[in-house]
Write a protein that binds this ligand. Sequence first.
Ligand SMILES: NC(=O)c1ccc[n+]([C@@H]2O[C@H](COP(=O)([O-])OP(=O)(O)OC[C@H]3O[C@@H](n4cnc5c(N)ncnc54)[C@H](OP(=O)(O)O)[C@@H]3O)[C@@H](O)[C@H]2O)c1
Length: 218
Amino acid sequence: MKIALVGGTGDIGTGFAVRFMQNHEIIVGSRSADKAQESANAILELIGPKGNVWGTDNGSAVAAADAVVLCVPYEHLNSATSDLSASYNSQLVVSPVVPMSYNGKFFQFNPPTEGSAAMRAKSLLPEGMRIVSAFHTICAAALQARDRVLKADVLICGDDAGAVDSVVGLIGDIKSLRPLKAGPLEASALVESLTPMLLNVARKNKIKEAGITIVSER
Ligand SMILES: NC(=O)c1ccc[n+]([C@@H]2O[C@H](COP(=O)([O-])OP(=O)(O)OC[C@H]3O[C@@H](n4cnc5c(N)ncnc54)[C@H](OP(=O)(O)O)[C@@H]3O)[C@@H](O)[C@H]2O)c1
């Protein structure tokens, strides 16, 4: 697939580029085309020239892609969706976005009136776009460490079975991550709210890169 990373110059965008570039063409997006290309060059320097990564402005990245990952902080969701509406057509859109803040004591979940970042993205994108929410509980630093085996589950929410299966495939590209379906897009709030909880647990217990695994009877 051609995968556009909107705001892909940041932490999680770099992590996705590093992991997905083995099997896909990665288009790093940014508000600045120059910054995007610099970021793509830095990734190629880190990983080696074999990867297929290039950079451009967010709108051009979306227009050229089969799939788009929204890699911006929740506060800038409009910039990644409605502001680029002319560039969207039939791409699969993946949202790892978590609306949260730190109140001085702990991280808290701040869902919008739509219930979640994913449902808000749906309301901002052109009608009929296939949106899947995933990756909220995967840490950017762990993704960027390309050789690290990530023993974690990725919880996925979406309404379109084909789109969910595409994201299951993407997750399968990352060593030992396990994709788990967690319900329709409307259930995304439940998954998104796990991220501030994980950050609180990590802080209080000095755990690095806390993630989620679902235990079951073997
Ligand atoms: N970091 C993690 O470990 C992690 C884990 C799971 C989920 N997430 C989610 O992934 C998303 C991205 O997180 P991140 O940590 O990668 O964020 P980040 O590094 O803070 O920012 C990502 C990018 O957002 C763009 N941006 C900043 N201000 C903007 C604005 N005003 N308008 C448009 N774009 C703007 C910047 O790209 P340009 O300056 O190049 O435009 C920046 O590189 C968040 O929604 C977060 O909840 C993060």
